[in-house]
Design a protein around this ligand. Structure first.
Ligand code: NAP
Length: 311
C-alpha cells in the first residue's frame, strides 16, 4: 500500500496510538509519525521502541504541519488537548480521535477546531486490558470494526481517506450517528465492563480473594471478569462519566432482567432459565459466525499473545 498521509501526529502514545503507529509502519501508510504524550517517560519509551520518528514536548508542537492528527488520550482529556492544538493545525488537515464515546468527544473537540480542518470522530472496536506505549501491537485492528461518526456536511474525500488508512490496518469500517454509536457501545462494551467490575468487587468484599480461594478455584467465568476488570481505571472512569445517559438506560434494563432471573431461580422456574440461556447461546453463536470472536476455549487469546510476541 502507498503513503496515505505524509505526516501523522499522535497525541497520546498508549495502547491504541502505539498499535496505530506499528500498523502504519508495517504497511508504510505514513511518511513521518510524530508523537506527544503527557509524561516524558512515555515519550522516551515511544521513541526508544520506535513507535514514532520523533516526539514533541507539547501537543501544539506535534501537530504543526501534520496532515492527520489522532487524539488518542482518555475521553476526559480531549477538550483540553483540542483547545491546545487548535491554533497550530495546518489548514486542510484531518483531526480524528479514537475515544470510546462519541457524542461527548464531538461536544468537547468540535467547537475548538478552525474552519478548513476536517474533524472525523472515530472509534476502533479493538483493545486489550493493557495500556501504555509498550502494550501496542500492529495486528490489534485486524478484522475489527472501526466506526466513524462524521457530521453530515463532513468532507467526503477526507472521510474516505481516513477510512482507507484504517482499512490498511486490516480494520472494517462503518459510518453511524454519534448518539447511535453511544447506545450500541453502552450495550456491547460499557455496561458489560461495569458488570465485570462489580462482580470482581463482590468477590473482593467476600474477602476470599485475598485468602486466595477465589483465585485458586477461579472458574472461566470469573477469570474473564477479572481480565476485563483489570482495564485502565482512567479510561473507564471517563467512559462512564461521558456516556452517562446511555449506560444508565442499559443498566436499568439489565437490572429489570436480573430481577426476572432472580425470581425464576427463587420460584424454581427451570423452563424460564433454560429458554433464556438457549436464546443467549444463539447470540454467542452469531458473534462467532460474524468472525468477531473464536470458539477456542481461551477465546483466541493465546493466538493473539503469539502474534504480539512476534512483533
Ligand atoms: P493508554 O494506553 O492509557 O494511553 C493513553 C495515552 O494518553 C498515554 O500516552 C498518556 O500519556 C496520554 N495522555 C493522557 N492524558 C493526556 C493529556 N492530557 N495530554 C496528552 N497525553 C495524555 O490508553 P488507550 O487504551 O490507548 O486509550 C486511548 C483512547 O482510546 C481512549 O480515549 C479510549 O477510550 C480509547 N479506546 C481504548 C480502547 C482500549 O481497549 N484500551 C479501545 C478503543 C478505544 P502518559 O503515558 O504520559 O500518561
Amino acid at each position: 500500500m502507498s503513503v496515505i498521509y505524509d505526516r501523522v501526529a499522535l497525541i497520546g502514545l498508549g495502547l491504541i496510538a502505539g498499535s496505530m503507529a506499528l500498523a502504519m509502519r508495517e504497511v508504510g501508510l505514513a511518511r513521518e509519525i510524530v508523537g506527544h504524550a503527557r509524561s516524558s517517560e512515555t515519550r522516551a519509551t515511544a521513541l526508544e521502541i520506535g513507535l514514532v520518528d520523533r516526539v514533541c514536548e507539547t501537543a501544539a508542537e506535534a501537530v504543526r504541519d501534520a496532515d492527520l492528527v489522532v487524539l488518542a488520550v482518555p475521553v476526559g482529556a480531549m477538550a483540553a488537548v483540542a483547545a491546545e492544538i487548535a491554533p497550530h493545525l495546518k489548514p486542510g488537515a484531518t483531526v480524528t480521535d479514537v475515544g470510546s464515546v462519541k457524542q461527548a468527544v464531538v461536544t468537547a473537540v468540535a467547537p475548538h477546531l478552525p474552519e478548513g480542518v476536517h474533524f472525523i470522530p472515530g472509534h476502533p472496536l479493538a483493545g486489550t486490558e493493557h495500556s501504555g506505549p509498550r502494550s501496542g501491537f500492529a495486528s490489534l485492528f485486524k478484522n475489527r470494526w472501526w466506526l466513524f461518526t462524521p457530521e453530515e456536511h463532513a468532507d467526503s474525500d477526507a472521510v474516505a481517506r481516513i477510512e482507507t488508512l484504517v482499512q490498511g490496518f486490516g480494520a472494517k469500517t462503518e459510518r453511524m450517528d454519534a448518539a447511535h454509536h453511544d447506545l450500541v457501545l453502552a450495550v456491547t462494551s460499557h455496561t458489560p465492563h461495569l458488570i465485570a467490575y462489580t462482580m470482581v468487587g463482590v468477590a473482593d468484599h467476600l474477602k476470599r480473594v485475598t485468602e486466595s480461594e477465589v483465585v485458586q478455584y477461579s472458574a472461566a467465568g470469573f477469570r474473564d471478569f477479572t481480565r476485563i476488570a483489570a482495564s485502565d481505571p482512567t479510561m473507564w472512569r471517563d467512559v462512564f462519566l461521558q456516556n452517562k445517559e446511555a449506560v444508565l438506560d442499559i443498566l436499568g434494563r439489565f437490572t429489570e432482567e436480573l430481577f426476572v432471573l432472580q425470581r425464576a431461580i427463587r420460584m424454581g422456574d427451570g423452563d424460564h432459565l433454560f429458554d433464556y440461556f438457549t436464546r443467549t447461546r444463539a447470540i454467542r453463536r452469531g458473534i462467532i459466525e460474524a468472525g468477531q470472536d473464536t470458539a477456542a476455549p481461551d477465546f483466541g487469546r493465546n493466538q493473539r499473545s503469539a502474534e504480539k510476541a512476534r512483533i
